[in-house]
Write a protein that binds this ligand. Structure first.
Ligand code: IPE
Ligand code: IPE
Ligand code: MG
Length: 241
């Protein structure tokens, strides 16, 4: 662990997005059921939220369930659904106390009512909070988000609100799930996989990408700091010099 003076030199990303990957392999390597990995992943998520509060991250987006994760065995999908429900139910009070504002992005179609109600409750009860913005990507797929944006814009064109020539990147970005959130500065993925897996493809155009070998359940403050140290060394040019 670096000494405090090193920590004070860290560049803190305004928006950190995390692909929390490797729960299943973490469990399998110890001969455990994959579900045990998802349970341990919730503790890692708690550590991530604590780190984000401690290091004053403004926006934290977490990939909790992708639109493609439905293709997994039904038992595992049901387990993950119940676990997400459990996480939000058990941690909501603490998140409220910590001034965290929650938003959930992704498709709502096909989601159980009990989860939809909980999403509503989490968003409603934290909407006045001004601290960390916790954006939960749940049943989320970037391509779907982009297609939805196209549909919204097409409707505006058909309704005569804008012309085709007026469509630009700003209008497009404003048609995505949460237009007011700045693009992620850093996308961190655990478990040694080097891909985005349909996560924030539009928003990731100039994000720094950091891939680490540890499985998600092993995530801790030390790994968080290591990622920020790597991020601090990056020279972001956005196409300039
Ligand atoms: C990430 O861990 C959690 C979800 C996708 C819900 P995985 O379940 O993908 O774990 P691995 O990648 O199979 O090890
Ligand atoms: C991405 O991980 C989705 C989440 C972390 C929720 P996956 O495990 O689903 O991604 P692939 O299948 O390895 O690309
Ligand atoms: Mg995975």
């Amino acid at each position: 662990m670096p000494v405090n003076s090193d920590i004070s030199k860290l560049k803190i990303p305004t928006h950190l997005a995390v692909i929390m990957d490797g729960n299943g392999r973490w469990a399998e390597q110890s001969g455990l059921a994959r579900t045990k990995g998802h349970v341990a992943g919730i503790d890692a998520l708690r550590r991530l939220v604590e780190c984000s509060l401690k290091y004053a991250i403004k926006y934290l987006t977490i990939f909790s369930f992708s639109s493609e994760n439905w293709t997994r065995p039904k038992d595992e999908v049901n387990f993950i659904m119940r676990l997400m429900h459990h996480y939000v139910t058990s941690d909501l009070d603490k998140l409220i106390q910590n001034n965290v504002k929650i938003n959930v992005i992704g498709e709502r179609e096909g989601i159980d009512n009990s989860i939809l109600d909980l999403i509503k409750k989490a968003e409603q009860s934290t909407k006045e909070n001004t601290g960390l913005r916790l954006i939960i990507a749940f049943n989320y797929g970037a391509r779907k988000e982009i297609v939805n944006a196209c549909k919204k814009i097409a409707k505006q064109v058909l309704g005569g609100k804008i012309s085709i020539d007026e469509i630009n990147e700003k209008i497009f970005a404003n048609s995505l799930y949460l237009p007011e959130i700045p693009d992620p500065d850093l996308i961190l993925r655990t478990s040694g996989e080097y891909r985005l897996s349909n996560f924030l493809n539009w928003q990731a155009a100039y994000s720094e990408l950091i891939f680490i070998d540890e499985y998600w359940p092993d995530f801790n403050e030390k790994i968080f700091i290591r990622a920020l140290q790597e991020y601090s060394k990056r020279n972001r040019r956005f196409g300039g010099l």
